[in-house]
Design a protein around this ligand. Structure first.
Ligand code: SF4
Length: 396
């Protein structure tokens, strides 16, 4: 639900718990998530993480999602992961129908690991595949092959997982309509319940960004990137995947009375980020949001362990969102979801009349086929999502 970001009351809706596992086998050339490739600190990290849980466990929040991401959680020993999940269960008030997601990287998992994940309580798997094209995998610096990727999905299914999400990347230099369609077709053939299609972005500080600046490769022209996005939306819709956010698609599920719904397989955890629900992030670089405040941890495993060993929270900073920041977030987060901005809630929150204030812009966007507006919602069309940043800026 769209919550009141200007409210000073304590958040009461179920919160999300995020755990950042900061280890990878090798850094992918495009990635700017915090992780290190030296595994020697894994056990000390796990102990520090459990200390962090004990220090902040009882915040008064109740959780219905646990998301273990990174980094590459599947590089940890299964027993260590189980210990982490058990500790979370002991330190936090977690509801019995919790969605527990584990991110895995093909090439770091076996069938047996998937079986152990299920026994440990994981009920949703997110597999970072990125592409089924070997050249693309090489360009992205991934450690796994196409076969590894397909095998990982099949093993997860064989282990009994019934909620599996795959991540794909589009906009890779040289990517054609045909090769992207082949990626999508291969993904759909594997019958995952969820697909995330992310546009390749060149993040400052990454090797890929440096190569771009050194003109080591030619980026895909913007029109082609847009075309690939539209191909994904059309293709996935035709294959019964419902878009619920700019990059996210959930397999259509048939509800109790034959109704079709995307909500069954939409990522309950990620929706918290977009709906102003509270979340607590644990581990190096993890961010939290609670009572209109953001706070975040140090992006260094050593510093993280050091602070917790000294009995201190590994906090690197915090900020309270002012009215302007809350407005920006309400617009941006609303527009990135296909359900759009809940106008009544927005008006109540900010004491404005959104539709009156922006009547001209809304009419113009509607005429261009970029926005649809109903009594209570203003939402971007799939095509409008291509220009999310530019359109959100018009309402700020
Ligand atoms: S495996 Fe994931 S987290 Fe690790 S470097 Fe690659 S993209 Fe980043």
């Amino acid at each position: 639900m769209f919550q009141d970001p200007s409210s000073s009351a304590h958040d009461t809706s179920p919160a999300g718990l995020y755990i950042h596992i900061p280890f990878c086998v090798k850094k992918c050339s495009y990635c700017d998530f915090y992780s290190i490739t030296d595994p020697s600190l894994q056990l000390l990290f796990a102990d520090a993480l459990i200390s962090e849980m004990k220090m902040i466990g009882k915040t008064g929040l109740v959780y219905d999602t646990l998301y273990i991401g990174g980094g590459t959680p599947s590089v940890l020993d299964d027993a260590v992961l189980k210990k982490i999940i058990d500790a979370a269960g002991q330190c936090f008030d977690i509801l019995s129908d919790v969605e527990t997601t584990l991110e895995v990287n093909p090439g770091t998992v076996t069938l047996n690991q998937f079986k152990n994940y299920r026994k440990a309580g994981v009920n949703r798997i997110s597999i970072g595949i990125q592409s089924f094209n070997p050249e693309n995998l090489g360009f992205l610096g991934r450690i796994h092959s196409v076969i590894d990727a397909e095998t990982a999905v099949k093993w997860a299914q064989k282990a009994g997982f019934e909620n599996i999400g795959l991540d794909l990347i589009y906009g890779i230099p040289g990517q054609t309509d045909e090769s992207w369609l082949k990626d999508l077709q291969t993904a759909v053939n594997l019958r995952p319940q969820h697909l995330s299609c992310y546009m390749l972005s060149y993040e400052p500080g990454t090797p890929m960004h440096m190569d771009l600046q050194n003109q080591a490769f030619k980026p895909l022209p913007e029109e082609q990137v847009c075309k690939l996005y539209e191909i994904a939306v059309t293709f996935l819709s035709a294959h019964h995947y419902i878009q619920y956010e700019t990059s996210n698609f959930a397999q259509e599920a048939v509800g109790g009375r034959g109704t079709k719904s995307a909500l069954t397989y939409a990522s309950r955890h990620n929706m918290k980020y977009w709906n102003f629900a509270p979340y607590i992030g644990l581990g190096p670089s993890a961010h939290s949001f609670m009572d209109q405040k953001r706070f975040w941890n140090h992006s260094s495993v050593e510093k993280y362990i050091g602070e917790l060993s000294a009995g201190r929270l590994p906090r690197a900073g915090e900020e309270s969102l002012n009215r302007e920041q809350q407005w920006i977030e309400a617009v941006y987060l609303g527009l990135r979801q296909t359900k759009g901005i809940a106008v009544d809630a927005f008006d109540k929150k900010f004491g404005v009349n959104f539709k009156d204030k922006y009547a001209g812009i809304i009419a113009d966007l509607q005429e261009k086929g970029l926005m649809k507006s109903s009594m209570d919602r203003c939402a971007l069309t799939s095509r409008g999502m291509l220009y999310l940043d530019a359109i959100a800026a018009m309402f700020i």
